[in-house]
Ligand binder design. Sequence first.
Ligand SMILES: Nc1ncnc2c1ncn2[C@@H]1O[C@H](COP(=O)(O)OP(=O)(O)OP(=O)(O)O)[C@@H](O)[C@H]1O
Ligand SMILES: [Mg+2]
Length: 326
Amino acid sequence: MKTAVRGKTSPQTNFEDEYRSSLREYAAGGGELALGRAYELGRRALNEQKSLIEMASLHHQAVLALIRDAESDKQREESIRAGSEFLAECLSPYEMAHRGFQDAVKALRQLNETLEEEIKRIAYAVHDEAGQLLVAVHLALAEMALELPEAQQGQVTRIRELLNEVEKHLRRYSHELRPTILDDLGWVPAIQFLADGVSKRANIPIRIDAIFSGRLAGPIETALYRIVQEALNNAVKHAAAKNIWVRARKEHHGLCCSIRDDGVGFDPHQVQTASHRNGLGLVAMQERVSAIGGTLQIESRPGHGTELSIRLPLEDSHANSNRTRR
Ligand SMILES: Nc1ncnc2c1ncn2[C@@H]1O[C@H](COP(=O)(O)OP(=O)(O)OP(=O)(O)O)[C@@H](O)[C@H]1O
Ligand SMILES: [Mg+2]
């Protein structure tokens, strides 16, 4: 077997050739130095976004070549053993990246749970505390009205009506912030409730087409609700849409939920790579989807509306219509 020890890798070196020769070098007794090259190749492959399948196929070809060139059974056996060690070392950066990803997802889940608790707190504060204050204002107003001349009673009535409107809106916002429906009936009725409110406020028809009645795990339902909430907010705020559609259905072993509008559209690539982005909505959406193991696809073009599609793998245990919530 050839035992050429090569110099430092030049950036132009073909990755596949580099892999084959480094593996050959290791199999020929290259030792720690050659194994270090396996690790460096793994890092390079990760940076160049080579998939595990590509790596496995490259390794397979490289080992086959070694076996072909081997002059005895012993050498063949040695090639296979060295090949396994080389591959394990080469893939260790992938393993580390995978662990890092799992840690990040865990941290994201915790962050979202904390955020949900905070949202709940705000929703209750808006509902209960602001509600109590409004009751106090009503009482003070009624007391004041007793001493006012008849001519000014009409103004008091008008103020009362406005206060009632404020109360109605606060109640609605607090329910949308953290709808109890979400815990009691699930994400589909919660999204229907949300869409109803948004549609009335923005005067845009929102059609919900949900062929999915099962319940999902609590954090998944909350994430779906938040994602649809942000997508509807964006459609109202940025799209100048005439219509919005929300669809949810089971696909193979997963769930697909899409939110589409016929508004002005935008260039997602430009928004996502802009050097200083102001909005947080799309980033938060992406993070929520990742935290529940799903994918988010944004299809939009200026002048052609926007469609967001969320795909989630579903295990059978996720769907359960009679389960007690968290
Ligand atoms: N449905 C849509 N139609 C048109 N443009 C959109 C749509 N959704 C997002 N955009 C564009 O993408 C940008 C980023 O959206 P994102 O939700 O991240 O931020 P934002 O809505 O501007 O702010 P935030 O969500 O933090 O309140 C928006 O500013 C807008 O230009
Ligand atoms: Mg937004």
